[in-house]
Design a protein around this ligand. Structure first.
Ligand code: NAP
Length: 334
């Protein structure tokens, strides 16, 4: 077992898009495990949009990471020493020990993975938090019916790429919005979206959506907010459902954007607009993971991972994800 662990601390509260210098790599002593604890070597780190919200210095739905503290995050690793009978050296586990390359942690905080079911990296993507966000955030909140039109923003990312496929499984017509031509090709040709457009090269989102959604929009899974969502809202059908999952277009802004006032749309069309945090569904995750794994086995759900090599590149991978350089789930291989 190594004597120390490398870890990234928050060095400064980012202004706008984070910079690599907002994070500091340090080496800290790795405590020997107490009874009930294990030592884990990090294999994969997840970089996720919610981390941007955690480093604003302000409490959102969770406490912020303060300057000088360890960066939070989901992680997969391999047990290298154990003082708990439930885990043996060599076992793979998933947990949330943040941006560090080794940890001594209570075994009870870790979930053992079965590498026979799926590659262990999927515990941070399709069979983990993003997968459950797509599964429950779409099915529970949007209640899709066969034949309905579903629009997904952030459609080629970790969550969005799964929402579109779940909507296809439910026999919906699915339109995706994403920020690169290769992402559009991927979601239409590989994932089965009915149509999609690149918001970075489209000038009139409303007109494009009107073309692609001649019967209006029944369900909107919103990953991005901002002007994209403003355009979707005007085309929602009466009694449409909106799942507000993320607002990534707003996360790096230094002052709030002024948008149109949409409450009258909610009123006159009798819309259901609901936000959620995926941990709301924690007690049903096992059921959701089992269903996603089954769909994967049947070839009905595909996933893509963009894997950045090297623990030291974690801040870069995080920034690249915020800038849209990922297709599917962005991970770091430590
Ligand atoms: P992701 O989509 O894999 O990665 C982020 C993507 O956001 C980028 O690839 C980029 O794709 C897009 N993006 C960046 N800036 C944008 C902008 N200004 N306008 C539009 N799109 C922009 O990330 P994810 O993990 O799947 O998360 C997607 C969303 O779900 C995020 O908003 C996140 O906060 C939210 N989320 C919510 C929960 C919850 O519990 N509610 C849980 C997980 C995630 P493009 O190339 O398409 O721009």
């Amino acid at each position: 077992m190594p004597a120390t662990s490398r870890r990234f601390l928050l060095a400064a509260v980012p202004v706008g898009l984070p910079k690599e210098s907002d994070f500091k790599l340090v080496e800290a002593p790795l405590p020997a495990p107490d009874p009930g604890q294990v030592v884990v070597k990090t294999v994969y780190l997840s970089v996720d949009p919610y981390m941007r919200g955690r480093i604003t210095g302000v409490r959102t739905y969770a406490d912020p990471v303060h300057v000088g503290e360890l960066m939070v995050g989901g992680t997969v690793g391999q047990v290298i020493e154990s003082r708990d009978p439930s885990l043996q050296p060599g076992d793979y586990v998933v947990g949330a020990w943040g941006w560090q390359d080794h940890v001594s942690a209570p075994a009870a905080y870790l979930r053992k993975l079965n590498p026979q079911v799926a590659p262990v990296s999927t515990a941070l993507g399709v069979l983990g938090m993003p997968g459950m966000t797509a599964y429950f955030g779409f099915l529970d909140l949007c209640q899709p019916k066969a034949g309905e039109t579903v629009v997904v923003s952030g459609a080629a990312g970790a969550v969005g790429s799964l929402v579109g496929q779940i909507a296809k499984i439910k026999d919906c017509r699915v339109i995706g919005i994403a920020g690169a031509d290769d992402k559009i090709t991927y979601i239409v040709n590989d994932l089965g979206y009915d149509s999609a457009f690149n918001y970075k090269t489209t000038t009139d989102y409303g007109a494009r959506l009107k073309d692609l959604c001649p019967k209006g929009i029944d369900c909107y899974f919103d990953n991005v907010g901002g002007v994209i969502s403003d355009a979707v809202f005007t085309l929602l059908n009466p009694f449409a459902r909106v799942s507000v999952c993320g607002q990534i277009s707003q996360y790096n802004l230094q002052s709030p954007e002024q948008g149109p006032r949409l409450l009258s749309q909610i009123l006159v069309k009798q819309l259901k607009v609901e936000g959620f945090i995926v941990t709301r569904f924690q007690e049903r995750w096992a059921q959701g993971i089992a269903q996603m794994a089954q769909w994967m086995k049947e070839g009905r759900i595909k996933y893509h991972e963009d894997i950045v090599e090297g623990f030291e590149n974690t801040p870069r991978a995080f920034i690249d994800m915020l800038e849209g350089k990922n297709t599917g789930k962005m991970l770091v291989k430590a």
